[in-house]
Each structure stands twice: as structure tokens, then as C-alpha cells.
Ligand binder design. Structure first.
Ligand code: NCD
Length: 352
């Protein structure tokens, strides 16, 4: 691929940018949810199921830990995270990788004025994989692009970039939907409701992108008008023929949807005085359960606040804790794919 500047790269359509981050069908970096097509999703889900199955036995766990014992991962997480951080650290450990981390930029030479680009270039010399989460949208794609020109370029995974994207959360959300709907053909032909802060919630944004891979999916986008889904996503939905409805009232749709994806209001991004939005209307309460279809699954990327009453947690349709566990397995699958040990996993399982 010809050498281009960062500005030229950022001027391209995302579909063109995606080509820079893969070689044949293998991801070199996962920056955007748009890189995950149906074929890749299916193979990652199959791989995640296989890793999970192998992990049930001591022999299987030892086999998995023998896959990447010579590889080291760097978790550069300068934005608060426990779930995603530990999920990735555990995914690395399942495959035998060691991991190191930087969580607080106050402990790095950034305080001496070093640029984050220089810092990441150094980490890429010490490690074989960079997994990064930070508050600035666009920073991960910037580093992933620069990495293409650095010697010994290393794979990168976007573990949440500002308000922009969170592709591995969308991956685990879809893996969860795939498992929930295993008996009815997966997420195709399902009506899915996304609720909450759809403007600043990167998980809902990335999930909306991924859902366009599925046939006849319909989206109900529920948010306060001020926090509605942004035009870039709505354009993508339209271009890909995924119908959607926008509303600030979930009530009429509760009994008609197959899955509800709740999200919290992302008010850490509020500048100045907080807006006086009544968030209570964007919450799920125990009395709603009787309205839902018997097979309507409730998801949430977590952390939750009051948007799902804890009384709902024991309903069999509440799958948000399974979702978090699914994340660890599908992230292990993603790392196995990036290091090309996926075939080893599948053939090992087939031999047994
Ligand atoms: C989400 C995030 O960080 O975007 N959390 C997560 O990774 N599971 C959702 C959120 O913070 O609301």
C-alpha cells in the first residue's frame, strides 16, 4: 500500500481506511467496528465457543496457555476501566500471554512533556500487542495509522476511544445476541431497541454499525432528543438498508422487541451545568418485565446506574453479566485471530 500522510488517511472514507488495518482476511489492528464483517464475526464466535469449551478441562487450559507464551501485551488504559481492562488481561492470560499496563498518565513521562505518540512507540518496542483505551476519540486510529510506518509494527486493539467507538464491546454484544438467539437463527430478522445516551455512548454507536451486517434487523433508537444517535451512524444505517425508528418513549415498543440494549447516560462528558433531562424515563423497571416478549433479552455494556433496576437481575432474560463473561472469551478469540493461532485452536478441538 502506498505511503500517505495522516491527513490523507483521515480524509478517506472509513471503508478505505479499514483496508490499511488488515492483510488478506486477517486484522492487523481493530480500530473501527466497520472492520468486522459477517464472515469474520462468525469465525470469531466459533473460535470463542471453542476456546471456552477447551477451557473446561485442565488439559484444554494448558493447551491454550501454550499458544502465545512468547508474546507480551501492553494495556494502555488512561481512562477509567475495570471490566474491559480485566477482560483483556484475562483474555491474554488464557492464551499464555503476559501483560503489562499503564493506567495513569501521571506515572508516565507524559508529565515531563513526552508526547503520547512517543510513549506508544516505545511500548510497541517492548510488546507484541497494544490494547488501548483513552478519552480522545480518533487517537487510536491515529496511532494505528502511525504504527504502519514504525519498524516492527505491532497489532493494536481499540478498547474504547472517547465518545467515538468501542468495537470489542460491540463484538461481545453481538456474540451475546448470537448465543441468546441460537435457537432462532441468530440476530437476523430481530427488532432491537437501543436505549439511553446514544449520542455519546460509544458502545451503542459501535453496536449499531455491527448490526448492519445482519439481515432484516430493525432498530428502535430511544433517547432524550438532546442525546439522539448522531448522523454518521444514521447515514450508515440508511446506506446499509437497516430501518430504524427514533423516539424518546420506549413504552409502546417494550412488548414488540426481541432485545433491549440499555446504556447509562454518559454525563462525564457534560460541560458546564448539567442539563435537566428526566433520565428516569430511560430506565427498565421490574413492572416492565411482564410486558416484554418471553424471549426478549436485556443487555447492558455495564457499568449500570439506575437504568436497570436490580430486581431485574434474576430474570432469565437479563443477560448483562453473561455478556461481560462472553467478552473475555471473544476477546481471547480476537487475539488468537490476530496472532494467527486460530486454526491451531479449531483443529485441536476437532482432533479430540
Ligand atoms: C462502556 C464504555 O466504557 O464505553 N463500558 C464498557 O466498556 N463496558 C460503557 C460505559 O461506560 O457506559
Amino acid at each position: 500500500m502506498s505511503k500517505i500522510s495522516l491527513d490523507e488517511f483521515l480524509g478517506m472514507r472509513i471503508s478505505q481506511r479499514c483496508e490499511y488495518f488488515q492483510e488478506n482476511a486477517r486484522l492487523l489492528a481493530l480500530v473501527y467496528a466497520q472492520q468486522l464483517n459477517r464472515e469474520l464475526l462468525n469465525s470469531l464466535f466459533k473460535l470463542a465457543d471453542t476456546i471456552r469449551k477447551l477451557s473446561e478441562s485442565r488439559k484444554g487450559r494448558i493447551f491454550l496457555r501454550g499458544l502465545l507464551p512468547d508474546r507480551r501485551a501492553m494495556l494502555y488504559f488512561t481512562q477509567p476501566s475495570t471490566r474491559t481492562f480485566l477482560s483483556f488481561a484475562s483474555a491474554c492470560h488464557i492464551l499464555g500471554m503476559n501483560s503489562s499496563n499503564v493506567r495513569d498518565p501521571a506515572t508516565s513521562s507524559e508529565v515531563k512533556g513526552e508526547s503520547r505518540e512517543d510513549g506508544l512507540r516505545i511500548f510497541s518496542l517492548y510488546h507484541d500487542l497494544i490494547i488501548m483505551r483513552q478519552p480522545e476519540g480518533g487517537f487510536c486510529e491515529n496511532i494505528a495509522f502511525q504504527m504502519l510506518g514504525w519498524p516492527g509494527r505491532k497489532p493494536i486493539i481499540n478498547a474504547g476511544s472517547g465518545m467515538d467507538q468501542h468495537p470489542t464491546q460491540a463484538l461481545l454484544d453481538l456474540y451475546t445476541l448470537q448465543r441468546c438467539f441460537a435457537a432462532s437463527g441468530g440476530p437476523d430478522h430481530k427488532r432491537i431497541m437501543l436505549v439511553g445516551d446514544l449520542k455519546r455512548g460509544r458502545t451503542a454507536r459501535s453496536l449499531a454499525y455491527l448490526l448492519t451486517n445482519y439481515t432484516s434487523v430493525e432498530l428502535i433508537l430511544v433517547s432524550p432528543a438532546e442525546l439522539a444517535m448522531a448522523d454518521d451512524i444514521k447515514d450508515h444505517l440508511q446506506e446499509n438498508g437497516t430501518p430504524f425508528v427514533e423516539t424518546d418513549n420506549m413504552q409502546p415498543y417494550l412488548g414488540k422487541v426481541d432485545a433491549i440494549y440499555m446504556t447509562r447516560i454518559q454525563d462525564e462528558w457534560d460541560k458546564g451545568p448539567k442539563t435537566s433531562i428526566d433520565y428516569g424515563r430511560f430506565g427498565l423497571r421490574s413492572e416492565h418485565l411482564k410486558i416484554l416478549k418471553p424471549e426478549c433479552y436485556i443487555l447492558h455494556p455495564l457499568p449500570r446506574r439506575a437504568e436497570i433496576e436490580t430486581g431485574i437481575d434474576n430474570d432469565r432474560r437479563a443477560v448483562y453479566f453473561d455478556q461481560a463473561e462472553n467478552g473475555m472469551w471473544v476477546r481471547a478469540a480476537l487475539i488468537a485471530h490476530m496472532f494467527a493461532v486460530d486454526d491451531k485452536v479449531i483443529s485441536h478441538r476437532l482432533r479430540r
